[in-house]
Design a protein around this ligand. Structure first.
Ligand SMILES: *Cc1c(COP(=O)(O)O)cnc(C)c1O
Length: 414
């Protein structure tokens, strides 16, 4: 299951000082480095051609301060539930939203129409009919309802295989088959639904691809979209290429090659002068800004192996359990020890970090090659800014929730 190397990482000095400076009573804590996040988002934006729009997939981390830090660099936000529509609209009232995701309910679609959500990523002919029905019942609403059909085009064999999660390219509950896509295009172009505008197409086929593979997927999606448009004799205004840019948990210093990806998007854009291209990453924008910092409660030696039991665990940081990886971490030594008896200690050598849950699945990182560690030391887990706290089963075993701190950004401090 574990395919990635076991990694130690080191926070940069500014972040390290903040992690060391947290009050002991605040552990475990999530620390979001908003300064680092803004710098990263600016670099991503700068690497994309001007005509490519950048949306942020809010489900990766919908924390309002995180959304606000991204807002200056994002053209909009992709939301995938009625809850996310309401949450992001409240956090950032003036920002464009695109409502995607499978299984939208009529109530969610109606509420999104009432809010004037700018774009709907429609997943099936039935969903299109619901949208048509509900928009026709709101005759007073202004402007067209913009529809991007989520399709599931064929991409070259093997291209999606290197990703962590494939959502297209084969049988999939996401997006539409070619026959359904054709039927949906006819519904939108035969004059029967004047409120709905066929604005474009959307494809999000895999998560966890490196730049060369994701760029090849973009080429295939653009070619398929072009063929579809020609066959129906329509001009597409927008093509959303989805997210899925790789975050390498085995190499926390590595970054998705946005410049190489952006260069391919520039070539696609040049071939289609009237087309707005859009990407909607989640993980690769926010993963790096988050740290989950806690303390070692105990160190145990068991039949030749060493375990560090930390306060908290995968009920706060579920990412390593769901993905089956080792979360990169740093040991931050603490000098003081409040007890008269010796400190439990381990290392040098491999130590497995586990949490407080009564299950063998509560493992944050296996066999980490630490120089040494003692009970009372702090451990900071990196790459905890996306699909981390918000995907975790917080209330299992009823431990207290972590504190949340923000570094820099307006009106903040540790
Ligand atoms: C989850 C999701 C994204 C973001 O995916 P990442 O792997 O976090 O970049 C983008 N678009 C859609 C439709 C999604 O479901």
């Amino acid at each position: 299951m574990v395919t990635e190397p076991r990694v130690l990482t080191a926070p940069e000095p500014r972040v390290r000082a903040a992690l060391d400076g947290l009050p002991a009573g605040d552990l475990p804590a999530y620390v979001y480095d908003l300064t680092g996040l803004a710098a990263h988002a600016a670099a991503v934006r700068a690497a994309l051609p001007p005509r490519v729009e950048l949306y942020y997939a809010a489900k990766a981390n919908p924390e309002p301060r995180v959304l606000a830090a991204l807002a200056p660099y994002a053209d909009g936000f992709e939301v995938a539930s009625g809850g996310e529509v309401a949450h992001v609209a409240a956090a950032l009232p003036a920002h464009p939203l695109a409502f995607g995701g499978p299984g939208k309910t009529p109530a969610e679609i109606g509420a999104a129409l009432d809010r004037g959500v700018g774009r709907f990523h429609v997943e099936s002919p039935h969903e299109l009919r619901v949208l048509a029905h509900l928009s026709a019942r709101r005759p007073g609403a202004s402007g067209p309802v913009r529809v991007l059909l989520r399709f599931n085009p064929a991409v070259p064999e093997g291209l999606l295989a290197s990703g962590a999660l494939a959502m297209g390219g084969g049988p999939s509950p996401f997006g539409m088959d070619p026959g359904d896509t054709d039927a949906a295009i006819r519904m939108l172009t035969d004059g029967s639904h004047p409120r709905l505008e066929l604005t474009g197409l959307h494809a999000h086929l895999a998560s966890g691809l490196a730049a060369p593979e994701l760029a090849a997927v973009a080429e295939a999606v653009a070619a398929a979209a072009d063929a579809l448009a020609r066959r129906h004799g329509i001009a597409l205004g927008e093509l959303n290429l989805g997210g899925g840019m790789r975050v390498d948990y085995g190499d926390p210093g590595a970054r998705f090659d946005w410049a190489a990806y952006g260069a391919v998007l520039a070539r696609i854009a040049a071939r289609h002068p009237g087309l707005v291209l859009r990407v909607e990453p989640g993980r690769a924008l926010t993963a790096y800004c988050g740290w989950y910092v806690t303390e070692v409660l105990d160190v145990k030696h068991s039949r030749g192996a060493q375990f560090a039991v930390v306060r908290g665990g995968t009920h706060h940081l579920r990412t390593p359990a769901t993905r089956g990886h080792d979360q990169p971490c740093a040991v931050l030594p603490v000098a003081s020890w409040p007890h008269p008896w010796p400190r439990p200690e381990g290392g040098p050598g491999p130590v497995t970090f586990v949490g407080q849950l009564c299950t063998p699945k509560d493992v944050l990182a296996r066999d980490v090659p630490v120089a040494g560690l003692r009970a009372g030391d702090r451990v900071a887990f990196a790459l905890a800014g996306a699909y981390a706290w918000n995907i975790s089963h917080h209330d299992f075993l009823m431990h207290p929730h972590p504190a949340v701190h923000f570094l820099d950004g307006p009106g903040s401090g540790p």
